[in-house]
Ligand binder design. Structure first.
Ligand code: FEO
Length: 392
């Protein structure tokens, strides 16, 4: 199998994975994913950027079958889907130098069982000359691990960005075709793993703002020929200001909580607030995460199981706390049969959300007129809070 040319002397040696449906045993991959590796060939030296997920190592092996010498292996990120093939590459090319960021060195040694003596660290901003091709290493931490860096090919203005700007999508083509579609995939990816590090990513975006970039070649998903749209999208997703929208993870057992969600949704829509309800009995948590990227308010809507929130909704609560979206307000609505500590349990489960709690609405059994009126009042409050933030 021949490496695939992206531009002269820069080749793709990665693998799409059309069949993968779950990442980290958590993240749905409705469109599969890809593990991208790249060869950069200078006049004098050749570098391999990243070393693929172990399950697809045979693809990298096939691409490199007729590549007798590689001088450098650049590890932008230690996670296994980027580094799993490193031991094989080191065996295949005994003289190769493995380069990583300083924080990555002990991590690569720990995660892959490598001898740390085989790893040479590169400094932020350091250059590597290949002969007519110059690689510059740019530390871009927390996208989404602490050690991550990007590699910039100066002559051709290619940013090998690792996880950030990536998307979980498998396709045979190497380039983005259909910017809107790929932005949705990229947003899903950002939401699922990078949202907690929004503030650091703002700084990383500032760091590359004056970099001339002709191509962004991420480690997952297709390559951007026009990087402006994805960079602008990242600016918006990481921006401190939310949108005029509410996310409601919910389930219902006997219909009571479902009626309450319907009423609150209708009331909010009447007041000009967008609502994203997710029935957690069937929802794609990737869609939930995407909606949380922009939402100003998080409403947890759950019936009570024994004394606590329904576990399927509680799962969404735990996830939201882990993802740390920019939501400003939160509350709990729902129902119970005979007793409940749902409100206390949900509040205690979201310490990472820096939110103002709004009034809760909890019905005993079927909601009655007073409960519906309380939901309308809650919609008034949410709409007013959003207006105060200048959201419309
Ligand atoms: Fe693509 Fe952080 O792994």
């Amino acid at each position: 199998m021949k490496p695939r040319e992206i531009i002269p002397d820069v080749q793709y040696v990665g693998a799409p994975d059309f069949d993968r449906r779950l990442f980290d045993s958590l993240i749905p991959l409705p469109d599969g994913t890809s593990y991208n590796s790249y060869l950069v060939r200078g006049r004098d030296k050749t570098a391999l950027i990243e070393a693929i997920e172990p399950s697809k190592l045979y693809v990298l092996e096939a691409y490199l079958k007729d590549v007798p010498k590689i001088d450098y292996l650049i590890s932008n990120h230690t996670e296994q889907d980027h580094s799993g093939g490193i031991p094989w590459v080191l065996d295949r090319y005994p003289g190769i130098e493995l380069l990583s960021s300083e924080p990555a060195k002990p991590m690569l040694a720990d995660h892959l069982g490598l001898d740390a003596g085989r790893i040479r660290t590169v400094a932020d901003g350091e250059r590597l000359e290949l002969g007519g091709k110059t690689l510059r290493f740019i530390y871009t931490p927390w996208v989404h691990w602490p050690e991550t860096m990007s590699t910039y090919l100066e002559e051709d203005k290619v940013l090998f960005s690792c996880d950030w700007f990536g998307s979980h999508i498998a396709q045979t083509g190497l380039f983005v075709d259909g910017a809107d579609c790929i932005l949705a995939e990229a947003k899903r990816y950002y939401a699922e793993i990078m949202m907690p590090f929004r503030k650091v990513i703002q700084k990383n975006l500032d760091k590359i703002k004056d970099l001339e970039i002709a191509l962004i070649a991420p480690s997952h998903g297709p390559i951007y020929r026009d990087p402006r749209s994805i960079i602008q999208a990242y600016r918006e997703w990481t921006d401190d200001k939310p949108l005029n929208s509410v996310v409601i993870p919910w389930v219902t057992m006997h219909g009571s909580t479902g009626l309450m969600v319907e009423r609150l949704t209708a009331s909010l829509v009447e007041r000009g607030v967008a609502v994203h309800p997710f029935n957690m009995a069937s929802a794609d948590i990737g869609q939930l995460a995407m909606a949380l990227v922009d939402a100003a308010t998080f409403v947890v809507a759950a019936p009570t199981v024994h004394v606590g929130p329904h576990p399927m909704v509680f799962n969404a609560v735990v996830l939201a706390n882990a993802l740390r979206p920019k939501v400003r307000f939160a509350t709990i609505i729902g129902s119970y049969g005979w007793a409940g500590k749902m409100v206390d349990m949900v509040k205690a489960a979201i310490p990472s959300l820096k939110v103002e709690f709004l009034p809760t609405v909890i019905a005993k059994g079927l909601p009655r007129q007073a409960d519906f009126e309380a939901l309308d009042a809650l919609a008034d409050t949410i709409a007013a809070k959003h207006k105060d933030l200048g959201l419309s």
